[in-house]
Design a protein around this ligand. Structure first.
Ligand code: 13P
Length: 244
Protein backbone atom coordinates (compact mmCIF):
# COMPACT_ATOMS: atom_id res chain seq x y z
CA UNK A 1 0.00 0.00 0.00
CA UNK A 2 1.02 3.64 -0.35
CA UNK A 3 2.60 4.91 2.83
CA UNK A 4 -0.11 6.28 5.09
CA UNK A 5 0.44 9.61 6.82
CA UNK A 6 -1.94 10.30 9.68
CA UNK A 7 -2.08 13.84 11.06
CA UNK A 8 -3.26 13.89 14.67
CA UNK A 9 -4.02 17.51 15.46
CA UNK A 10 -4.81 16.61 19.08
CA UNK A 11 -6.51 19.59 20.83
CA UNK A 12 -5.43 22.09 18.14
CA UNK A 13 -5.94 24.65 16.68
CA UNK A 14 -7.97 27.08 18.79
CA UNK A 15 -10.62 28.15 16.28
CA UNK A 16 -12.72 26.89 13.39
CA UNK A 17 -11.10 29.50 11.14
CA UNK A 18 -7.61 28.25 11.99
CA UNK A 19 -8.69 24.63 11.48
CA UNK A 20 -10.09 25.45 8.04
CA UNK A 21 -6.90 27.27 7.11
CA UNK A 22 -4.75 24.34 8.21
CA UNK A 23 -6.95 21.85 6.34
CA UNK A 24 -6.71 23.90 3.13
CA UNK A 25 -2.94 24.16 3.45
CA UNK A 26 -2.37 20.44 4.03
CA UNK A 27 -5.04 18.74 1.89
CA UNK A 28 -3.04 15.97 0.15
CA UNK A 29 -3.71 12.45 -1.07
CA UNK A 30 -2.32 9.66 1.18
CA UNK A 31 -2.99 11.91 4.19
CA UNK A 32 -5.59 11.23 6.89
CA UNK A 33 -6.42 14.33 8.94
CA UNK A 34 -7.74 13.80 12.47
CA UNK A 35 -8.98 17.14 13.80
CA UNK A 36 -10.84 17.60 17.10
CA UNK A 37 -14.47 16.38 16.86
CA UNK A 38 -15.66 19.97 16.88
CA UNK A 39 -13.96 20.74 13.56
CA UNK A 40 -14.76 17.50 11.70
CA UNK A 41 -17.67 18.92 9.83
CA UNK A 42 -15.91 22.09 8.61
CA UNK A 43 -12.66 20.29 7.80
CA UNK A 44 -14.57 17.54 5.99
CA UNK A 45 -16.21 20.12 3.73
CA UNK A 46 -12.80 21.51 2.77
CA UNK A 47 -10.88 18.33 2.05
CA UNK A 48 -10.68 17.28 -1.59
CA UNK A 49 -7.81 14.78 -1.43
CA UNK A 50 -7.06 13.92 2.18
CA UNK A 51 -9.37 11.61 4.10
CA UNK A 52 -10.98 12.40 7.41
CA UNK A 53 -10.18 10.69 10.70
CA UNK A 54 -11.33 11.09 14.30
CA UNK A 55 -9.17 11.04 17.42
CA UNK A 56 -11.50 8.91 19.51
CA UNK A 57 -15.00 7.40 19.62
CA UNK A 58 -17.49 5.84 22.02
CA UNK A 59 -18.42 2.16 21.71
CA UNK A 60 -22.19 2.50 21.42
CA UNK A 61 -24.01 3.75 18.35
CA UNK A 62 -26.49 5.95 20.25
CA UNK A 63 -28.00 6.47 23.69
CA UNK A 64 -27.56 8.21 27.02
CA UNK A 65 -23.79 8.72 27.04
CA UNK A 66 -23.28 12.40 27.79
CA UNK A 67 -20.41 14.02 25.97
CA UNK A 68 -19.59 11.01 23.83
CA UNK A 69 -19.50 10.64 20.03
CA UNK A 70 -20.65 7.46 18.29
CA UNK A 71 -19.15 5.63 15.30
CA UNK A 72 -22.33 6.24 13.33
CA UNK A 73 -22.16 9.97 14.00
CA UNK A 74 -18.59 9.96 12.73
CA UNK A 75 -19.58 7.99 9.67
CA UNK A 76 -22.31 10.51 8.92
CA UNK A 77 -19.61 13.20 8.72
CA UNK A 78 -17.64 11.09 6.18
CA UNK A 79 -15.02 10.03 8.71
CA UNK A 80 -13.16 6.94 7.48
CA UNK A 81 -10.48 6.37 10.15
CA UNK A 82 -10.66 6.44 13.94
CA UNK A 83 -7.74 6.50 16.37
CA UNK A 84 -8.40 4.27 19.39
CA UNK A 85 -6.31 3.86 22.53
CA UNK A 86 -4.04 6.85 22.07
CA UNK A 87 -1.67 6.94 25.04
CA UNK A 88 -2.84 10.44 25.99
CA UNK A 89 -6.35 9.07 26.50
CA UNK A 90 -5.01 6.08 28.41
CA UNK A 91 -2.88 8.39 30.58
CA UNK A 92 -5.19 11.40 31.21
CA UNK A 93 -8.64 9.81 30.90
CA UNK A 94 -8.05 6.37 32.32
CA UNK A 95 -8.84 4.42 29.16
CA UNK A 96 -8.26 0.74 29.76
CA UNK A 97 -7.36 -1.94 27.24
CA UNK A 98 -10.89 -3.29 27.54
CA UNK A 99 -12.43 0.10 26.72
CA UNK A 100 -10.11 0.23 23.74
CA UNK A 101 -11.33 -3.23 22.67
CA UNK A 102 -14.94 -2.05 22.79
CA UNK A 103 -14.11 1.03 20.76
CA UNK A 104 -12.16 -0.94 18.20
CA UNK A 105 -14.96 -3.38 17.52
CA UNK A 106 -17.54 -0.56 17.38
CA UNK A 107 -15.41 1.23 14.78
CA UNK A 108 -15.16 -1.88 12.63
CA UNK A 109 -18.85 -2.56 13.15
CA UNK A 110 -19.64 0.83 11.62
CA UNK A 111 -17.44 0.05 8.61
CA UNK A 112 -14.67 2.47 9.63
CA UNK A 113 -10.95 1.74 9.85
CA UNK A 114 -9.45 1.74 13.36
CA UNK A 115 -5.94 2.96 14.13
CA UNK A 116 -5.04 1.16 17.34
CA UNK A 117 -2.24 2.84 19.31
CA UNK A 118 0.09 0.73 21.41
CA UNK A 119 3.37 1.52 23.12
CA UNK A 120 5.28 1.45 26.36
CA UNK A 121 6.30 4.19 28.81
CA UNK A 122 9.94 4.97 29.51
CA UNK A 123 9.73 3.16 32.84
CA UNK A 124 8.29 0.05 31.18
CA UNK A 125 10.97 0.12 28.51
CA UNK A 126 13.76 0.58 31.05
CA UNK A 127 12.49 -2.29 33.17
CA UNK A 128 12.35 -4.64 30.18
CA UNK A 129 8.55 -4.78 30.13
CA UNK A 130 8.13 -3.38 26.63
CA UNK A 131 7.10 -6.64 24.98
CA UNK A 132 4.86 -7.69 27.87
CA UNK A 133 2.94 -4.37 27.76
CA UNK A 134 2.50 -4.49 24.01
CA UNK A 135 1.32 -8.09 24.18
CA UNK A 136 -1.29 -7.08 26.78
CA UNK A 137 -2.44 -4.09 24.73
CA UNK A 138 -2.85 -6.30 21.67
CA UNK A 139 -4.40 -9.31 23.39
CA UNK A 140 -7.04 -7.30 25.24
CA UNK A 141 -7.45 -4.56 22.63
CA UNK A 142 -8.24 -7.12 19.93
CA UNK A 143 -10.16 -9.52 22.16
CA UNK A 144 -13.64 -8.59 20.90
CA UNK A 145 -12.93 -9.11 17.22
CA UNK A 146 -15.01 -11.59 15.30
CA UNK A 147 -14.64 -13.05 11.85
CA UNK A 148 -17.43 -10.82 10.58
CA UNK A 149 -15.84 -7.66 11.95
CA UNK A 150 -12.50 -8.62 10.47
CA UNK A 151 -14.00 -9.24 7.08
CA UNK A 152 -15.01 -5.61 6.66
CA UNK A 153 -11.80 -3.55 7.05
CA UNK A 154 -8.17 -3.86 7.91
CA UNK A 155 -6.77 -2.63 11.22
CA UNK A 156 -3.91 -0.18 11.46
CA UNK A 157 -1.62 -0.65 14.42
CA UNK A 158 0.35 2.44 15.39
CA UNK A 159 3.41 1.73 17.50
CA UNK A 160 3.80 4.92 19.53
CA UNK A 161 6.23 4.61 22.41
CA UNK A 162 4.89 6.99 25.07
CA UNK A 163 8.35 8.39 25.82
CA UNK A 164 8.73 9.47 22.19
CA UNK A 165 5.49 11.48 22.01
CA UNK A 166 6.09 15.22 21.96
CA UNK A 167 9.58 14.84 23.39
CA UNK A 168 11.75 15.14 20.30
CA UNK A 169 12.99 11.61 21.01
CA UNK A 170 12.26 8.91 18.44
CA UNK A 171 12.56 5.19 18.55
CA UNK A 172 15.49 3.66 16.72
CA UNK A 173 13.94 2.36 13.46
CA UNK A 174 15.68 -1.00 14.02
CA UNK A 175 13.92 -1.30 17.34
CA UNK A 176 10.59 -0.37 15.68
CA UNK A 177 11.18 -3.13 13.14
CA UNK A 178 11.77 -5.61 15.96
CA UNK A 179 8.52 -4.54 17.64
CA UNK A 180 6.61 -4.86 14.37
CA UNK A 181 7.84 -8.38 13.73
CA UNK A 182 7.08 -9.26 17.36
CA UNK A 183 3.54 -7.89 16.96
CA UNK A 184 3.07 -9.85 13.73
CA UNK A 185 3.99 -13.06 15.59
CA UNK A 186 1.61 -12.21 18.45
CA UNK A 187 -1.22 -11.47 16.02
CA UNK A 188 -0.73 -14.83 14.32
CA UNK A 189 -1.27 -16.47 17.73
CA UNK A 190 -4.60 -14.67 18.05
CA UNK A 191 -5.70 -16.66 15.03
CA UNK A 192 -7.93 -14.00 13.54
CA UNK A 193 -8.75 -13.37 9.97
CA UNK A 194 -8.09 -9.62 10.22
CA UNK A 195 -5.46 -7.96 8.09
CA UNK A 196 -3.11 -5.51 9.77
CA UNK A 197 -0.90 -2.60 8.73
CA UNK A 198 1.81 -1.12 10.92
CA UNK A 199 2.80 2.52 11.31
CA UNK A 200 5.12 4.42 13.67
CA UNK A 201 4.40 7.51 15.77
CA UNK A 202 6.40 9.65 18.19
CA UNK A 203 8.21 12.93 17.34
CA UNK A 204 8.10 12.28 13.59
CA UNK A 205 9.54 15.22 11.62
CA UNK A 206 10.76 15.85 8.07
CA UNK A 207 14.27 15.17 9.40
CA UNK A 208 13.65 11.66 10.73
CA UNK A 209 10.68 10.35 8.73
CA UNK A 210 12.80 8.80 6.01
CA UNK A 211 14.66 6.60 8.50
CA UNK A 212 11.30 4.93 9.24
CA UNK A 213 9.58 4.96 5.87
CA UNK A 214 12.50 3.53 3.95
CA UNK A 215 11.62 0.21 5.57
CA UNK A 216 8.87 -1.67 3.78
CA UNK A 217 7.55 -3.04 7.08
CA UNK A 218 6.82 0.49 8.38
CA UNK A 219 3.77 1.37 6.31
CA UNK A 220 3.25 4.92 7.46
CA UNK A 221 3.55 7.41 10.29
CA UNK A 222 1.28 9.02 12.86
CA UNK A 223 2.32 12.65 13.18
CA UNK A 224 1.37 14.99 16.04
CA UNK A 225 3.15 18.34 16.41
CA UNK A 226 4.67 18.39 12.92
CA UNK A 227 1.24 17.97 11.32
CA UNK A 228 0.28 21.48 12.47
CA UNK A 229 2.99 23.01 10.30
CA UNK A 230 1.98 22.84 6.60
CA UNK A 231 5.55 23.20 5.26
CA UNK A 232 6.85 20.50 7.56
CA UNK A 233 3.97 18.15 6.80
CA UNK A 234 4.38 18.85 3.08
CA UNK A 235 8.00 17.69 3.25
CA UNK A 236 7.00 14.56 5.19
CA UNK A 237 4.44 13.73 2.51
CA UNK A 238 6.94 14.26 -0.31
CA UNK A 239 9.38 11.88 1.37
CA UNK A 240 6.59 9.33 1.91
CA UNK A 241 5.67 9.46 -1.77
CA UNK A 242 9.19 8.32 -2.68
CA UNK A 243 8.57 5.08 -0.83
CA UNK A 244 4.98 4.46 -1.91
P1 13P B 1 4.19 14.00 18.24
O1 13P B 1 4.44 13.78 16.78
O2 13P B 1 3.88 15.42 18.58
O3 13P B 1 5.30 13.42 19.07
O4 13P B 1 2.88 13.19 18.63
C1 13P B 1 2.79 11.87 18.25
C2 13P B 1 1.43 11.39 18.50
O5 13P B 1 1.01 11.23 19.63
C3 13P B 1 0.55 11.17 17.35
O6 13P B 1 -0.60 10.51 17.71
Amino acid sequence: MAKLIVANWKMNPESVAAAEKLAKATDTASLVICPPFLFLSNVGRILQKARLGAQDVFWQNSGAFTGEISPLQLKDLSVEYVIVGHSERRQYLGETDYMVAQKLSAVLGAGLTPILCVGETKKQRDSGEQFKIITEQLNIGLSLLTKNLCASKSIIIAYEPVWAIGTGLTDDPDSTLKIISFMKRELLKLNQSCSYHFIYGGSVTSQNVESFLRHQEIEGVLVGGASLNPAELGTIIKIAERYS
